[in-house]
Design a binder for this molecule. Sequence first.
Ligand SMILES: [Zn+2]
Length: 390
Amino acid sequence: MRWILIVSLAIVAVVVVGFSIGPGRLEQSLNQVLDHAPYAISSEAKSLHADLVVGDLHTDSTLWARDLTQRADRGHVDLPRLREANVALQAFTFVTRSPRGQNYESNDADAPDNITLVALIQRWPVATWSSLTERALLQARKLAQIESDEPRSLRVLRSRQDLDDVMRARAEGVPMIGALLGIEGAHALDGSLGNIDRLRDAGVRMFGLHHFFDNALGGSLHGTGGGGLSDFGRDVVKRLDDRGAIIDVAHSSEQSVRDVLAMSDSPLVVSHTGFQGYCPTPRNISDELMQQIAIGGGLIGVGYWDAAVCKVSPAGIVGAIRYGIDLVGSDHVALGSDYDGSTTVPFDTSELAALTQEMLNQGFSEDEIRKVMGGNVLRFLQKALPVNGA
Ligand SMILES: [Zn+2]
């Protein structure tokens, strides 16, 4: 009984401290933008940027206690800032568990969970305290609520029809944003294949298999064993294929990625990453595996933070993109910011034209810029989303 009391008191103490700091301060300390002078954008870059389809494969914004319809003075993404940057397509990815002491080398699957504290501090419903599926569903509901309150601002991309509607609205001058819903790690299934359909019913179309720790599906890139897919992992991949869902292998171990490639013909997404040959950190899988993903028709989102691209600047990010194009071809490289993912980045989403400018500076062709900034995401989703919303 004594240890139960001690553990309870410790949890109460953390929550009390959390409340007194406030969810805003918590987020502010985790999602940072490097101090910088305004990036100079030429009129050529401005007019090209305004004419792009801009898309991003990864942001964790729904984790935080913010109204995403309002411009915030913290974090990296909200609808006003997406509109400022002419963003058409944004993947919102739901974090449901992250281990205390999170690192890129090795995390114990049994480490205490930080997101439980986030849930308590942000006063999420009791159902989310013990169920990771409920944590994902809560985040999906935040976007569904925005869609229902402001249908001209945001559309959840359940089908190709939704994607067509978004692109048509934008062509008519309505800056509607298409939201691709994803999970960051299929521990969000709570170990049940049936939860794939619950999440799909809530609009989730992209399923990340892993996050920072080995889970019931098998090995994470930052777990302890570097193992491949478990039997349950294979069952999940098969069910996702049957449902026509998009599989995201960001954070999966190299063996897990190989196992998925061996059993699935679906093009894979690596929603947020860098390239090992450009930035040799344990966050990035091998160049050879990236080439295999591209050969299978996959799409690789380049992130903006240190462990992905090593140099946290527009030049550093665009250097990684150049490296990626040379490695796998311009049809397979996209943006995958990892905004609001406890990252420190050189600019928030409102300043995305800095990348267009830097690509011009580095001699990218207009065709390459159009593809990487979002054309590839649009083309990928036109094939990967279900024809109907079912
Ligand atoms: Zn991540």
